[in-house]
Design a protein around this ligand. Structure first.
Ligand SMILES: Nc1ncnc2c1ncn2[C@@H]1O[C@H](COP(=O)(O)OP(=O)(O)O)[C@@H](O)[C@H]1O
Ligand SMILES: [Mg+2]
Length: 210
């Protein structure tokens, strides 16, 4: 999918002109889950534009559809109506332009912290050398304070450390948009505060949309 940035507009391949400031565009988004009792409408007429480098938090009671919305943006959950586009390009499935951090980090438990981060890096930077890819993975593991745990298996890490690996993995693929679904909810307040600081620091530095 190619977009050409010109002055302050982005021309997408479907011909629609988007102001380049808009990173993520949800238009009349709808989600219906079929249930035995009939269709359950979770989201309807959802319109939201998120600008480049913005940091947006969605709040709402449990079950209101936050995870549903994020998983649709991630391309992991089909939409029932409307549109989602990133820089003017419709979302058709998961892609390296969108990184996701879930409530629990879903690491490969038998792999080391470094190998888990490399999984993503290897896919997104296949042209880089093995050394360069390792440097990227180690840089972000270092950023989240795991410089002494490169070679520890994920299953041997604490929950907070596993969540740090998840953050390093998401940042290491350098996504345009980072989607976080209550990523610190299960952690103690000390770890939560520390990880929030790390997130803000990386966000400030990398200028991505969160
Ligand atoms: N796969 C599914 N099938 C049917 N209903 C679902 C499914 N996933 C979520 N739901 C329902 O959709 C609603 C929104 O869920 P969710 O997006 O997880 O909410 P939140 O993340 O805001 O707590 C809930 O009522 C939930 O039970
Ligand atoms: Mg949720």
């Amino acid at each position: 999918m190619n977009t050409i940035e010109q002055s302050n507009e982005v021309y997408s391949e479907n011909g629609i002109i988007y102001p380049s400031k808009v990173m993520l565009d949800l238009a009349d988004l709808k989600k219906v889950y079929p249930t035995p009792k009939g269709d359950y409408v979770v989201l309807e007429d959802l319109n939201l534009q998120i600008l480049k480098e913005e940091f947006v938090t969605i709040i709402g009671h449990s079950g209101c559809g936050k995870t549903t919305m994020l998983s649709m943006i991630a391309g992991l959950n089909p939409i029932s109506g409307g549109n989602i586009s990133v820089l003017g390009n419709p979302v058709k499935g998961p892609g390296p332009d969108r990184g996701v951090i879930f409530q629990s980090p879903s690491l490969m438990p038998w792999m080391t912290a470094l190998q888990n981060v490399l999984l993503g890096v290897n896919q997104v930077f296949p042209q880089a050398t093995k050394g360069q890819r390792e440097d990227i993975a180690k840089y972000y593991l270092h950023k989240v304070g795991l410089e002494n745990a490169f070679h520890k298996k994920a299953s041997e890490l604490s929950q907070g450390m596993q969540q740090r690996v998840g953050i390093a993995r998401a940042f290491a693929i350098k996504p345009k948009v980072l989607l976080l679904d209550e990523p610190f909810g299960m952690l103690d307040s000390l770890t939560r505060g520390e990880l929030q600081d790390i997130l803000i620091e990386i966000w400030n530095k990398e200028k991505i949309t969160v």
